[in-house]
Design a protein around this ligand. Structure first.
Ligand code: AMP
Length: 482
């Protein structure tokens, strides 16, 4: 299959060649033709699958084929959950439209709005935006959505996770009813299906679970270590392994800052990225990480979302996330684009319950090891809640090749049949073994995620950048909302 056979124009083919792509990814092969036929599509695709080109290329073709109104009203809107993802999508739009007469811009919160307002005033065909800033500028009459022909909701599940449902509904009401809708989501939860049903017309379902992406190739290792020794162990792992690019996750902004400072003091160039950092600082940190001047990026969960860091070889969970699903997002940062990667979790005594939560979600036992010289002062506690289901006794839906299906049986170790590359490691878990360079465990393929009635919904405190417990109805703090 070639890009040309998908029906893309020469100008787009030129831009694709310039990017160095030789053939379309599975999501591109499946999504581009129906989009060019002006169909609504509901696509299941995670970051790393090439989904951005999957919607951007046909969108550009459609816009460039039709007659352009003189004053360049916004004809296509791409909504993304985070600033970083918005910036990334915009970069792609610019690159792919290099040989077309299409104008685009991006707007998101956390930065001065004036340059954004000026760019809008000049007229753009495509607007990439985060929901909060979009509504802000709409309310200031800096933009109109009355001529939008194509709407893309990118990473729709994350937008709902981040509490943007109300904003999305408001935005939908500002656009003409007759338009093409493209929804991309890593999962199809009940909420996503409800949202899609509320505004899409007979959408074509497009699923792509590529064989060689994301977590399929991730080796997972878990080390039991005392909290006070974690920084020293991280330093040792990075120095002795001579790792040049490591993404480290912490639960809180404070921990991210502290760790980054300590690593830098230990001679490992490091920067922290989280919601309290200005957009400029976040962009700079990401650039430094990508160009190799920063060896380690320490990030909180939300700050790391949507980051496109190709071929990241190592991810470290300095602290496990409170929400098991975030573990899957985190380890999905490595092993991308067909390369294998390693995800190492440092687990202190008080975090073992979190390991059990992750095991339940993955339906996979994680082997807990100790590192020589870093043996913990106490054995791991016995699991407190073995017979209890983590989602309050209800069945959880898991992704199977992009679709959801009910789980079978109750509790205990189960095989997650739908997961590409999933290896079962029956029961030897719970105990510990010394690290002897064993290969760790491979994670499952696609990201298993909670159902809408999963542990995050209801009751939890509103979630900030710090990765605290989420509530289904919560809205993120202002720092994250754009
Ligand atoms: P995305 O899932 O859109 O975030 O894309 C993930 C990465 O894959 C980005 O770095 C893209 O530049 C890259 N990419 C997208 N399409 C292709 C393709 N057909 N061949 C190779 N790389 C691609």
């Amino acid at each position: 299959m070639s890009f040309k056979s998908l029906g893309l124009s020469d100008s787009l083919l030129h831009a694709i060649t310039k990017k160095g792509y030789t053939e379309p990814s599975p999501i591109q092969t499946k999504a581009i033709p129906p989009i060019l036929e002006r169909k609504d599509i509901l696509a299941s695709a995670q970051t790393g699958t090439g989904k951005t080109a999957g919607f951007t290329l046909p969108m550009l073709q459609i816009l460039s084929e039709s007659k352009q109104p003189k004053r360049r009203p916004i004809r296509a809107l791409v909504l993304t959950p985070t600033r970083e993802l918005a910036a990334q999508v915009y970069e792609n739009v610019k690159e792919y439209s290099e040989f077309l007469s299409i104008e685009s811009t991006v707007i998101f919160g956390g930065v001065n709005q004036n340059p954004q307002v000026r760019a809008l005033r000049n007229g753009v065909d495509i607007l990439v935006a985060t929901p909060g800033r979009l509504l802000d500028l709409y309310n200031q009459r800096a933009l109109s959505l009355s001529q939008v022909e194509i709407l893309v909701l990118d990473e729709a599940d994350r937008m709902l996770d981040m509490g943007f449902l109300r904003d999305i509904k408001k935005i939908l009401a500002l656009m003409p009813g007759k338009r093409q809708n493209l929804l991309f989501s890593a999962t199809f939860s009940t909420e996503i299906k409800q949202l899609a049903g509320s505004f899409m017309t007979d959408p074509i379902l497009v699923e792509a679970t590529p064989k060689n992406t994301a977590a399929e190739l991730v080796i997972q290792k878990v080390y039991h270590v005392d909290k006070v020794k974690k920084t020293s162990l991280v330093t040792k792992l990075i120095s002795q392994g001579n790792w040049s690019q490591v993404l480290i996750f912490t639960r809180t902004k404070h921990a991210a800052n502290k760790l980054s400072e300590k690593l830098t003091k230990n001679g490992i160039a490091s920067l922290a990225i989280h919601g309290n950092k200005s957009q400029g600082a976040r962009t700079k940190a990401l650039e430094g990480f990508k160009n190799g001047t920063t060896r380690v990026l320490v990030a909180t969960d939300i700050a790391a979302r949507g980051l496109d860091i190709p071929l990241l070889p190592h991810v470290i969970n300095f602290e496990l996330p409170n929400v098991a699903e975030d573990y899957v997002h985190r380890i999905g940062r490595t092993g991308r684009a067909g390369a294998s990667g390693e995800a190492i979790s440092l687990v202190s005594h008080d975090e073992h319950d979190l390991v059990h939560g992750i095991e339940k979600l993955l339906r996979q036992k994680l082997q807990i090891e100790t590192m020589e010289g870093y043996e913990p002062s106490a054995a791991p506690p016995a699991p407190k809640d073995e017979p209890r289901r983590s989602n309050g006794g209800r069945k959880r839906e898991f992704r199977k090749g992009g679709s959801s299906q009910g789980s079978s049986g109750q509790g205990g170790q189960r095989r997650n049949e739908g997961q590409v590359g999933q290896r079962r490691t029956d029961g030897q878990g719970g105990g510990q073994r010394k690290s002897g360079g064993t290969g760790g465990q491979r994670s499952g393929g696609g990201a298993p995620r909670r159902n809408s009635d999963g542990p995050r919904s209801g009751g939890g405190a509103p979630r900030g950048n710090s990765g605290g417990q989420r509530s289904g109805n919560s809205r993120p703090n202002k720092g994250n909302r754009d």
